[in-house]
Structures are given as C-alpha cells and as structure tokens.
Design a protein around this ligand. Structure first.
Ligand code: GSH
Length: 291
C-alpha cells in the first residue's frame, strides 16, 4: 500500500489480506457466509441483531421510542453481532442480511417471518408498521424521507470516508482527510441551516429522520465519534448542538443509545436487551458485579 505519487495501480487489483488499518482483518472483497452459525431467538416478535454503533443505535432508539409511545407490539430482543469477530459472516446472519452489516431485524409477527436490513429501511418498516414517527401527510412524509435518505447517503462520507481516514487508517494521509473533512463540514452546515428555527428536522414533529441523523451528526458533536469535535470546529454548528442536547434528554434516546453497546463506561452498556427491566438490572456494571 502506498500514498505517494509513484503509486501506479496494477492492471487487475488483487486482494492483500493485510492491507492495514482498523477493521482490515474483517474485510473481504467477496460476500456470503464464512461459517455455519445459527442466530439465537428470544421471546418477542421483533428480533434485532445489531451492535451499539451509530447505525445500530438508530434502530434501538426507534424501538424504545415506540415502546415509550405505548406500542406494546414493539417489544424486542436485541442480540449482539460482534463485527470485529466476524459474526456478520455467520450463515444465520447472512440469511437475514446478505450484505453482512448490522443492523438486521426479523419480524416474527408476520404470516411469514420478515427480514429487514439497512438501518433506514428498518426505521421506515417500523414507522409504517406502527403508524408512528413518520408523517401521514404526503408532502410531509416526502420531506421526512428526503432527510432520512440524506442521512443514509451521507453516512458513508462521514464514516467510511472521514472517520476511516481521520481515525482508523494505519497512518494519516492529507489528501483523503482534506477531501472528506470538506464534505463532512459541508453536510454539518446543511444540517445546521435546516435546524435553524426548526426544533427537529421536520420542525415541531419528531420523526425517524431525527433518529437516523442523531447517532451520526449528533454524537459527532460530543467528540466520542472519531475524537474529531475540535478538528471539525464543532462548536460553530450551534443549531446542531442545541438539537443534540434536546434529543439526548429524551428517556427513550437514553435507553436506546446503550443497547448492544460493548465499549465505553460499564453502566452505559446493555449488551443484550430482552426486557424493559434490563436497563435497571443488566447493564454491564451490574452483570460484572454479580459475577
Ligand atoms: N448502510 C448500512 C450500513 C451498515 C454498516 O455499515 N454497519 C457496520 C457497522 S456500523 C457493519 O456492520 N460493519 C461490518 C463490516 O463492515 O463487516 C445501514 O445503514 O444499515
């Protein structure tokens, strides 16, 4: 691997197993299962297979919001898929997401068990299923979906581009860091302008668009995502900061953001969620104290 003007790509790219960087050991240029492994199944109709990353947290916030709004049918089991250990390439997981990425959901309340993958698709599936957090009015619904898909389109720039080169690449490279910082700051500005005078992304209505954007551009403001708050001069995006705080104060967001977390403070990790009482009884600090 080289980052010098002398690098000339070969005629046909060949996979080098050790091309460096965090997560390099789990990447492959082919899809499909690498090993047989069934997925566990709990007692609820909704089974979530995920991890407490920004894409995973979108869905657990939505499920906790649905429960808080009284939708008892949104009770769920949340299982950890350890992507650093390659769980996403187990046969059971690949059967519900051929793309081998968390999050993925199975809805057993349907006549035929229904799999849903892609975080935006899961948010929309749940919003439609429960008639919640997506506007009914066609114009407002279109606006909500535009922001939802804005986030889905922007995440690879923020995570795969900026986050990768700023935080995970084996060494710092000016060209890609410059390129993706420019784009991430432009996107932050888009969001900041949208939130100027708007309490939530759709104005007064809290929707799946907020739930999709918050774990990425919201958490970015705290510095815990890529340690980049100062580098991105995040304090200047005052509307994003205000919106971040307002959402962070919601009880459902406080719960959803710790589900399937496997790092950080132990009292902020609920590795598996099978019951509402788990937030009181089974955070990792309590699990370890009982061992
Ligand atoms: N577009 C997908 C992206 C999901 C995604 O990138 N998930 C990451 C964790 S945040 C993952 O599973 N990575 C494992 C891998 O790349 O092997 C979505 O929004 O659901």
């Amino acid at each position: 691997m080289a980052d010098t003007p002398e690098y000339v790509p070969p005629k046909v790219w060949k996979w080098e197993r050790e091309n460096g960087g965090r997560f390099a050991n789990i990447n492959r240029p082919v899809s499909g299962a690498t090993h047989e492994k069934e997925l566990p199944r709990g007692k609820h109709p909704l089974q979530l297979y995920s991890l407490g990353t920004p894409n995973g947290v979108k869905v657990t916030i939505m499920l906790e919001e649905l429960l808080a709004a009284g939708h008892a049918g949104a009770e769920y089991d949340a299982w950890v898929i350890n992507i650093r250990e390659g769980d996403q390439f187990g046969s059971g997981f690949v059967a519900i997401n051929p793309n081998s990425k968390i999050p993925a959901l199975v809805d057993y309340s349907m006549p035929t068990p229904t799999r849903v993958f892609e975080s935006g698709s899961i948010l929309l599936y749940l919003a439609d299923k429960f008639g919640a957090f997506v506007p009914e009015d066609p114009s407002e619904r279109a606006e909500c979906l535009s922001w939802l898909f804005w986030q889905m389109g922007s995440a690879p720039y923020l995570g795969g581009g900026f986050g990768h080169f700023y935080a995970y690449a084996p060494y710092k490279m000016e060209y890609p860091i410059d390129r993706f910082t420019m784009e991430v700051k432009r996107q932050l500005d888009v969001l900041d302008k949208r939130l100027d005078g708007n309490r939530y992304v759709l104005g007064e209505t809290y929707t799946i668009a907020d739930m999709a954007i918050w774990p990425w551009y919201g958490i970015l403001t705290t510095g815990s995502l890529y340690g980049a708050a100062e580098f991105l001069d995040i304090q200047t995006y005052t509307n994003v900061l205000r919106w971040f705080d307002e959402m962070a104060a919601r009880d459902a967001v406080k719960r959803g953001r710790i589900v399937n977390k496997t790092s950080g403070p132990l009292d902020q990790q609920l590795r598996e969620r099978h019951d509402a009482s788990d937030f009181e009884l089974r955070t990792q600090d309590k699990v370890e104290a009982a061992e």
